[in-house]
Every structure is written in C-alpha cells, then in structure tokens.
Design a protein around this ligand. Structure first.
Ligand code: AMP
Ligand code: MG
Length: 441
C-alpha cells in the first residue's frame, strides 16, 4: 500500500512459505513448451517468431545502380569541368528505374538516369542534376523536350553516387536469424529478398475463463449483488497484445459441473488456459477443487502485492497434449498484474520468444510506497520527466487490488522490494515499464 503514514506493523521475519516472483516465473515457464511451426504469408506473420534462418538467394541491390537523379557518364569525360567552363556531353538516352540501358556509354556521352536505375555499361559515375546546367536547358513550358547535350559543371570522380551490387546483402548471407521477431523492418527485409511466406512458430490459443456466481457480462443489465466480469476482457486484450490468440469461454458459475464443462471445452482447442478467481488460500470456491481434480495444478502464495494467490500446473488434453494453466487471482488489479508478470512470459515462451523481463528505469518516487508484509509491492505509476529531466514515478491514486482505474492510468510499476519496509517519497526506486507511451497520449 502507499502513502499510509501509519501502516500496520509488519512481522519481523518474512513468511517462509511464500514463493518469490522469480521462482514462480521459472515454474510457470517450465510448463510452457514452444509450439509447433506454421507457414504464414509475411504480412500475416507480424509479431511471430522465425523458425528458420533466412539466407539471401541473391545480392541486394541486385545490380549497381544510381543513388541520385542525374547523368551516368565516364568520369574521364568530366575532367576539367567547372562552372565557368562546362564540359558538354552528348545525351544518348534516358533510363528510368526498372529498365536496363541497351547500349554502352562511351567517352563524351551521358545517359539521363533516375534514382534506382541500373548503371549502364561503360559509365562509372553519376553526375547529379545539380552539378549540370540541365536546370537552365529547358525553357518554361518545354520541360519535357528531349535534351541533346548537357553541360557538366564539376569534374566527377569514379564511383560517385553509385549503390553497389550486394552492398546491403550478399547472396548466401544469413540475413535474419531463427528466433527473430517479425516487425516492420524484418518483414521489409523478407520482402526485399522476394520471400512471400515464412515458417514461424504458431501463436498460442489462450482460453480465458472467468469464474464466480457474482459475475455479469458487459451488456447485461446491472443486478443487485453482481459485478461485471472485467478480468476476462482485460486478459483477452493483453493476450492479443502479447501475441496470443484469445478465446473467451465466458463465465463459469461456481459449480463443479459448470466449471468442469468449461475447462474441458477449452482444452479441446487451446494451448494455454487462464482462469481468474477462486484460487485464494482460504477460498472455498469450487474452482480449486475442480482445477486440482482435472489437472496437475498447485496453489501458491507469491511474494507480490497485489496478486498473492496463484495456481499453476497443467491439464491433460485431447491428443495426448499437456496444456499449461495459470490460475490468476480474482481481484481485477491482481489478475491483470499477475498476467503481466507471468502470462506475458508464458505466451512469449510458447511462441518462441525469449521470456525477457521488462525494462526498468530508476526514478524518484513522488510518494511513499509501503510494504506491510514482506511482499514485493508493485505500485501502479506514471513515469514522467520533471523540468530538470529526472524521471519521477507518480502513483496513480489508491492502490487497492480492486481499484482497476489505478491500472488504467499507469504505464509502469514502481517497486518496493520485499525486504524493505518502504520506499520514501524522494528516494529512487525501480519502475518496471509496461508501456513507454503515457496513457493519456
Ligand atoms: P475470488 O478470488 O474468487 O475470491 O475473487 C476475489 C475478488 O475478485 C472478488 O471481489 C470477486 O468478485 C472479484 N472478481 C472475481 N472475478 C472477477 C472478474 N472476472 N471480474 C471482476 N472482478 C472479479
Ligand atoms: Mg470467487
């Protein structure tokens, strides 16, 4: 909790039976195997991971070509050229990108050439338009008239303004490694190699299941004693954000038969099952009973706040598959935060990505972050730079595990370590960055 001046005294010793966050990550990841591969069109594979190295079948660029609009000439033809005494060359043709020049450029000759066009035989340099008198050659209204000769205003050395064959990529070179995540530039490289389809690791299909008799689906009329199911919507959005394919299985009532049926339905098609609620220690929900009965699931308390209770393990699924399960706590902030810490990495590992931790920024806490019970506190914060350029972590209001808006306003978690009683306002702390964008941008 935060900002409380009179926090309850905490026990002098840390509790022994709580699982450190890192151990929970390791154990969860030990259930998550990389999925099989699939062939995808490159524009459908964005965010997925290459299963094989990609080797260039040819040089890129495939031929020497001009980097400027200008004239392709022999450099020797420009010797002695200056603004006061231009050298006049005969223009023997024009060449646009995409075409080959059929003749060769000889001494005293020039080809008017556009950026990207292959170098004509015989030419060894490009004189840009700006270093010719071409701008003054055509009278207004005559811009498209053929030019018969051009004055070169400056001597050109050999090789000027030429992009060499193979200067980007050589034939046979490994261009992208297996394991690369495909984003815009990588997809562009594939396209530049003429590759239209690639083998990538499949995205996990993630079943999301809410449990609890109190839950209503958004769109239902409000009802006394009930609340709307926010977890499955938030989780589904995060699953998509991290590259999985969310499949919401709705709300399971707190009965053995309802929950068992939903889980079995999910196991038909899913690679990972995420449930929320019903996993607290003292919880008499049927959720724990069903999870333990249907799968090899253990229940843990993790040294984190919010989000202490957590279940994980796996289910036996049709087709001799083992499907990992993460049982998140029910409180909305706990649920989303635990997904950020564990579910994101599980999805990454299944889709062949390295389960990398989030970047951490050291920032000055604007308020106290108080740790009452030896858990690592993840206070929802906005990271901002002050007028002197220092990073500051501003907490996003009340930090209760049901205060979902605290999550929606944050772009990072300011951490009070488990072994410290508080981070004081003005002290530096770690901020785990969830998003570099400010939520209001
Ligand atoms: P439980 O873990 O079942 O004890 O639930 C803890 C708290 O989270 C209770 O206040 C529940 O009403 C709430 N909760 C459980 N599931 C959801 C959900 N899907 N959406 C919003 N709140 C929930
Ligand atoms: Mg419940």
């Amino acid at each position: 909790m935060t900002t409380s001046k009179a926090a309850p005294a905490r026990s002098t010793e840390p509790p022994v039976d709580m699982l450190p966050v890192e151990d929970a990550v390791d154990r969860i990841l030990s259930f998550c195997q990389r999925l099989p591969t699939e062939i995808k069109a490159i524009d459908d594979a964005v965010g997925q991971v290459l299963a094989r190295d990609i080797t260039a079948p040819f040089d890129i660029p495939p031929h020497d070509n001009t980097a400027m609009d200008g004239y392709a000439v022999q450099s020797a033809s420009t010797d002695g050229a200056s603004e006061s005494s231009p050298v006049r060359l005969k223009v023997i043709g024009e060449l646009a990108a995409g075409y080959l020049f059929k003749d060769a450029v000889g001494p005293g000759q020039a080809v008017r050439i556009m950026t990207g066009a292959p170098m004509p035989d015989g030419a060894d340099t490009i004189v840009p338009f700006e270093e010719t008198d071409e701008m003054g050659l055509r009278a207004p209204g005559q811009e498209h008239a053929a030019i018969e000769d051009v004055g070169i205003l400056k001597a050109a050395g050999p090789g000027n303004n030429i992009r060499r064959r193979g200067e980007d990529v050589r034939a046979g070179q490994r261009v992208l490694d297996a394991g690369t995540v495909l984003r815009g530039p990588q997809v562009a490289v594939l396209a530049s190699l003429g590759v239209g389809e690639v083998e990538v690791v499949r995205r996990p299909r993630v079943a999301i299941l809410s449990t609890g008799d109190e839950l209503l689906t958004p769109g239902d009329p409000p009802a006394a004693g009930k609340i709307y199911d926010s977890n499955s919507y938030g989780l589904s959005a995060l699953v998509s954000q991290y590259g999985g394919i969310p499949q919401r299985f709705g709300i399971a009532q707190d009965t053995i038969s309802a929950l068992t049926a939903k889980i079995n339905e999910a196991l038909e098609s899913c690679d990972l099952v995420i449930t929320s609620a019903g996993v607290s220690r003292g919880d008499f929900d049927v959720v724990k009973e069903v999870l333990a009965r249907e799968g090899a699931i253990d229940f843990w308390t993790v040294k984190m706040k919010p989000g202490k209770p957590l279940a994980f393990g796996d289910f036996a699924a049709p087709g001799e598959r083992r499907v990992p399960h993460i049982g998140l706590p029910g409180n909305p902030v706990s649920s989303l935060l635990a997904f950020e810490l564990f579910g994101r990495l599980a999805i990454y590992q299944m889709m062949g990505r390295k389960p990398q931790p989030r970047p951490i920024i050291r920032a000055i806490a604007d308020e106290d972050i108080v740790n009452t019970d030896w858990r690592r506190v993840y206070a929802r914060a906005i990271l901002e730079q002050d007028s002197e350029g220092r990073w500051r972590a501003r907490l996003t209001g009340p930090q209760g595990s049901g205060v979902l808006t605290s999550m929606a306003l944050a772009n990072g978690y300011a951490v009070c370590p488990e072994d410290r009683e508080r981070v004081r306002a003005g002290e530096e702390c770690d901020v785990i960055m969830v998003d570099w964008d400010h939520p209001l941008d």
